[in-house]
Design a protein around this ligand. Structure first.
Ligand code: GLU
Ligand code: ZN
Length: 330
């Protein structure tokens, strides 16, 4: 019974690519009668954007995807408007003290060091590095610094990087979709940003601490995050924590072969939801694209549980044709 999770980032809107990953995560949990957590990954927003949070939760509910632990729905809006903290343990922006504690441990063990090289990389590090945003391999310019030297650097002029040098053995995992993944870390990935100077965690740190603390045993996410999984495994090893299993779902791409994004036209799920589109049509298309249904005919997530199997999942990215979007709205 591997406990799974849905991890939406309420930074704007959810798209068919997010829906496809959520569907696989949901089916993986439901087909093995495992619990499912919903966690809000909002550390890259200055604060919880109420509309974006409720929109993400409403999109999930509209698709027919539920969860067992996490922010209440639809109660979350009312709770937040009343000034209550929504499902405190499941919202990253409310767990900053916990990430700081782990950072302090890494500092005391000299496993991280202050880096003054690149401010832009540090400012983006709170978001998961999706396709096209994978940072360059850091050359190790500041790796000679001790953690304590941060005290003499002005706040805001540096970030914290995690030392990969200690990982001499190759690291890897058997991915439920992508198969065996192995790499030797220092050379291929370099030292990654783990926090800002003020202790705000990077995506890599927050996601590992959360998945560990929430008892997640199976992570399902887009395959553009495979490089991040290597970094996260390095953190699990360092912290002495058991890593979850991983399944990386191939991406949804635009007609130009790049990850589906704004430039391909509006593809927000909220548009479909507000236009009254039958969500079963969307699920049907996603299931067909995943290899989980023969045809793209309307279907509910629940109807896919019984026949769900990892082996069926298509290993190639899928193109999202504009005609499909327009067809839904017609
Ligand atoms: N919150 C991330 C996203 O929506 C997902 C990261 C993960 O699943 O590890 O991009
Ligand atoms: Zn540096």
């Amino acid at each position: 019974m591997p406990k799974g999770r849905l991890a939406p980032s309420p930074t704007g809107a959810q798209h068919p690519g997010n829906a496809r990953t959520f569907l696989v995560a949901w089916l993986a949990a439901r087909s093995s009668r495992s619990p499912l957590v919903c966690r809000i990954e909002d550390i890259d927003s200055p604060r919880v954007k109420l509309w974006a949070l409720t929109q993400a939760l409403d999109d999930l509910a509209w698709l027919g995807l539920d969860w067992d632990e996490g922010p209440p729905r639809p109660g979350v809006r009312a709770a937040m408007e009343a000034g209550d903290e929504p499902g405190v343990p499941f919202v990253q922006s409310q767990r900053l003290a916990r990430y700081r504690d782990v950072l302090a441990e890494l500092k005391s063990r000299e496993l991280i060091y202050p880096c003054t090289c690149s401010r832009s990389e540090a400012s983006q590090a709170a978001s998961a590095p999706h396709a096209g945003h994978e940072p360059a391999v850091y050359p190790g310019t500041c790796a000679g610094r001790f953690a304590g030297e941060a005290a003499s650097l002005p706040e805001g002029t540096y970030c914290w990087r995690f030392r990969m040098a200690g990982f001499r053995e190759p690291i890897g995992w058997q991915d439920a979709i992508a198969g065996l993944q192995v790499a030797s870390l220092p050379g291929t990935l370099g030292d990654f940003v783990i926090a800002k100077a003020d202790g705000t965690p990077s995506y890599q740190l927050a996601v590992v601490v959360d998945d560990h603390d929430m008892g997640i045993e199976q992570v399902v996410r887009g395959d553009d995050l495979i490089p991040s999984t290597f970094r996260q495994l390095a953190l699990y090893q360092t912290l002495g924590w058991q890593a979850p299993g991983f399944a990386h779902v191939p991406l949804v791409k635009g007609p130009d072969g790049l990850r589906l994004a704004k430039r391909h036209g509006d593809s927000r799920l909220s548009i479909l939801r507000e236009a009254g589109v039958d969500p079963r049509r969307v699920i049907g298309w996603l299931a067909r694209s995943l290899g989980l249904a023969e045809e793209a005919s309307p279907i509910t997530p629940g109807e896919l549980i019984e026949t769900f199997a990892w082996e069926k999942i298509a290993k190639d990215p899928v193109m999202f044709p504009r005609e499909v979007w327009e067809g839904w709205l017609r």
